[in-house]
Design a protein around this ligand. Structure first.
Ligand code: NCD
Ligand code: ZN
Length: 351
């Protein structure tokens, strides 16, 4: 097979952490074939000020100067419309975590009532910022929410937000169910192009059986059923403009994934991000749509133009055996990648 030019690739959902983990993981964005990375703010403490955004961006730039890092703020009651106006040129969006549903989400929001955030959403709308939503409803002792239905149960809140803010760009992040895919298609019938969903690499491979019993594959939202996986593959490989790549690569130290209780949620895919996705497109006979998914659709949705300028090299997809390492590490920290020790069919080169 001839190499395929994927252009300037983008991963619209990455977790790069801080400290030693950040030093290990940040350079793997480029190794995995990604030129532009949209960085999640769920650090400890979360990113909620202009100064934190600036400092984190500077740090990432030093760790990988050829990558473009797009920054975000963490939605919480400390944010103000004035702060949004002030940060509009530093960030591309704001991440909304329902409190308690995933790693470092305890400062997040109650999705049963978004109304207190409406002034923030208005400021985002006027500044053309994206609202990135972790779409799961938190459970309590008095309801029947669980890891399987938490995403479908969140969808009415998503629909209402889109109705109340039809011009606000909203992304349902790392969607995992056929219901979500259908809703995104349905809502796009309004022709506005303001609602989209990202799809990870690992959710194109995994179902419930693959994480029940294997903490390396455990993430939030959890991988669901075979019909859901098929719907995600179809949505990703079809080329529809409202579905694009956000790896949700979420590294955790090996010991935090291998303990018996309190296993951390998150699958690390960054160092082979594009190769994992390519293999699925190949199996579907849809490699011709890969560039749309990993480059064009998301870049268009976010309206990126000046962010593309510094990229003089494109990512090329090469058909060549590519063994996933058992672990990656830097002496102080080790992370087990998705499909560790497997041989992937594709690799990437920068040309
Ligand atoms: C993410 C993390 O580890 O930060 N974990 C995950 O399972 N995806 C948080 C998130 O995006 O939910
Ligand atoms: Zn995430």
């Amino acid at each position: 097979m001839e190499p395929i030019n994927l252009g300037i690739t983008a991963d619209f959902h990455v977790h790069l952490r801080d400290g030693s983990m950040c030093e290990l993981i940040t350079p793997t964005v480029r190794q995995g074939g990604v030129a532009i990375a949209y960085v999640m703010p769920n650090l400890v403490p979360p990113i909620t000020t202009k100064k934190q955004v600036e400092e984190y961006h500077r740090k990432l730039d030093i760790l990988s100067s050829k990558t473009t890092f797009l920054m975000s703020l963490y939605l919480c009651k400390e944010l103000t419309p004035e702060l949004i106006d002030e940060c509009k040129d530093l960030i591309h969006g704001i991440k909304c975590y329902p409190a308690g549903v995933t790693t470092n989400s305890k400062y997040g929001v109650d999705p049963n009532d978004f109304s207190s955030f409406y002034p923030i959403f208005e400021a985002m709308e006027r500044n053309n910022l994206v609202l990135n939503i972790h779409g799961e409803k938190p459970g309590s002792d008095n309801d029947d929410i669980n890891v399987i239905n938490a995403e479908p149960r969140f969808l009415p809140a998503l629909k209402k937000l889109h109705q109340d803010f039809p011009n606000l760009k909203i992304i349902l992040e790392h969607c995992t169910t056929a219901e979500s895919i259908n809703l995104i298609r349905e809502l796009n019938k309004d022709g506005k192009g303001t609602i989209a969903a990202t799809i990870t690499a690992h959710h194109l491979y995994l179902i419930i059986d693959n994480w029940a019993g294997n903490p390396i594959n455990f993430c939030k939202p959890v991988a669901k059923f075979q019909n859901d996986r098929k719907a995600l593959i179809e949505a990703a490989t079809n080329g529809e403009p409202w579905f694009f790549f956000g790896s949700d690569s979420a590294p955790h130290p090996i010991h935090a994934k291998q303990q018996h209780v309190g296993v951390c949620a998150g699958v690390y895919t960054q160092n082979n991000a594009i190769s994992y996705v390519a293999e699925i497109f190949d199996k579907q006979g849809k490699l011709e749509n890969l560039k749309k998914f990993v480059s064009e659709n998301g870049i268009k949705f976010y309206g990126l133009t000046k962010e593309l300028e510094k990229h003089k090299q494109a990512v090329w997809l090469i058909k060549r055996d590519n063994k996933v390492p058992a672990v990656i590490g830097n002496g102080s920290i080790e992370v087990v990648p998705f499909k560790a020790n497997d041989t992937l069919k594709y690799t990437i080169e920068w040309r």
